[in-house]
Ligand binder design. Structure first.
Ligand SMILES: CC(C)(COP(=O)(O)OP(=O)(O)OC[C@H]1O[C@@H](n2cnc3c(N)ncnc32)[C@H](O)[C@@H]1OP(=O)(O)O)[C@@H](O)C(=O)NCCC(=O)NCCS
Length: 143
């Protein structure tokens, strides 16, 4: 069955929550669900799901920043998750392409994401998709 990429709707929230719980092996906290819902039908936030035969197999969240971090217009890949039973079969790459296509349509020419330096798997995934080190460094202040 072909993989269908489409914008996330309110009706997908339960399935995305289930996938996130399977990935993290923990219950999904309510603030995470609130954050997720804040990506639906928004102008500067984007959310897509991949489905096959009516079953949601993965999701991706992104954001458009105007003037953020000294850039005029930039796209950000915030979160991508694939149902563990379906990892390694191209779902993640298809979700990234769907997000990038939507960002390009909005005139975005630079897309950023952030990965933990010791997360070799995620780094390998993003490098496969063409990401390279950016000119930014991340700063942190512990409160
Ligand atoms: C990372 C993740 C999104 C990748 O999705 P996926 O559907 O499994 O990946 P794909 O099958 O589309 O892989 C695309 C390419 O990345 C590579 N890749 C994917 N996962 C990889 C891994 N764990 N290690 C090394 N390379 C990997 C694949 O080899 C593939 O390259 P190929 O086209 O040459 O085969 C998915 O595994 C996932 O949801 N992981 C847990 C979620 C997570 O930690 N998210 C972090 C927040 S951003």
């Amino acid at each position: 069955m072909p993989l269908n990429l489409r914008p996330m709707t309110q009706d997908d929230l339960g399935e995305v929550q289930r996938i996130q719980a399977r990935i993290t092996r923990q219950p999904v906290p309510q603030p995470w669900m609130d954050m997720l819902a804040e990506h639906i039908d928004k102008i500067y936030r984007l959310a897509f799901v991949a489905e096959e035969g009516g079953a949601v197999l993965g999701f991706i969240l992104g954001e458009i920043k105007i003037g953020g971090f000294g850039t005029e217009l930039s796209g950000w890949l915030e979160l991508v998750g694939v149902e563990p039973d379906n990892m390694g079969s191209g779902v993640g790459a298809s979700l990234v392409e769907a997000l990038f296509g939507a960002l390009r349509e909005r005139g975005v020419q630079e897309i950023y994401t952030a990965v933990r330096w010791d997360s070799g798997d995620m780094l390998a995934f993003f490098k496969k998709l063409g990401f390279d080190q950016s000119a930014f460094i991340n700063l942190r202040l512990k409160t």
